[in-house]
Design a protein around this ligand. Structure first.
Ligand code: GLP
Length: 243
């Protein structure tokens, strides 16, 4: 675990982890996450791309997506990851696989996504943020920790937390999403959890130092042998142990 002073330092430490994976295998499989937490890492990766780091042989999978938004809606998570990372590096767009919340058969889409991850040989490095209620991806409290990709209902808190992407219009935030399951996430060979800001102090402490429980889906990360945690000081404030 590393605890750092500010977003710039968090971005550099996270980017170091991604860069090591890319250098070990240029054709690696990256698991991407949206949200504000990984954004400093993506900014730093874009800077390193301009300095010569290449993603050209890599491929990527995105953790989750809203159900029911039109294909051109800017609130879609696939649109967000394009704005935050793919528009700024040379990872080819057609090498990003994301759950498609616009299709009629959502269960088939989840099965397709799981099969695509397996076909790619699994995820080498999965980036993760943590929700204010301890969720990872869109695995809300109470999610079965053995679950794989599926349709889920979003909690009122998660919808409120994400309203900013919908011009703060809560009614416009979809009630359902597609998400990789906790078991899908734990299958990745390496995990990188990043959290910033005081709002994450509670969920980070519960996830890392509390019991492993479905009530805090991020607590399942304790079961992974290759977990790197990058926090800023406010997000680390609730931890008894930093090590
Ligand atoms: C969203 C996403 C998660 C993300 C979390 C935290 O609901 N589905 O993948 O980790 O919220 O978001 P943020 O980093 O913006 O606080």
């Amino acid at each position: 675990m590393v605890v750092l002073a500010d977003a710039g330092a968090v971005g550099r430490a996270g980017a170091d982890v991604v860069e090591r994976v890319l250098q070990a295998n240029a054709a690696c499989v990256l698991g991407l996450a949206t949200g504000s937490s990984p954004r400093p890492i993506y900014r730093e990766l874009a800077r390193r791309y301009r300095d010569g780091l290449t993603f050209a042989a890599a491929r990527a999978f995105l953790l989750d997506e809203y159900v029911g938004l039109p294909a051109d809606h800017p609130g879609r998570l696939v649109a967000a990851i394009r704005r935050d990372l793919l528009d700024h590096v040379d990872l080819p767009l057609d090498r990003l696989d994301s759950l498609d919340g616009t299709v009629a058969d959502l269960d088939a889409e989840c099965a397709r996504h799981e099969a695509a991850i397996a076909d790619a040989g699994g995820v080498d490095l999965q980036l993760l943020g943590i929700g204010g209620n301890g969720h990872i991806a869109f695995n809300e409290p109470g999610s079965w920790l053995g679950a794989r990709s599926r349709v889920v209902a979003l909690t009122a808190q998660t919808r409120a937390d994400n309203a900013a992407s919908f011009d703060d219009r809560l009614d416009d935030v979809p009630a359902q999403a597609l998400t990789q399951g906790v078991a899908t996430i734990l299958d990745a060979r390496q995990l990188l959890l990043v959290a910033s800001g005081p709002r994450k102090a509670g969920p980070v402490a519960l996830a890392l130092e509390g019991p492993v429980t479905a009530e805090v889906p991020a607590s399942a990360l304790q079961l992974h042998a290759q977990l790197t945690v990058v926090l800023d000081e406010p997000a680390a404030a609730g931890l008894a142990v930093r090590g």
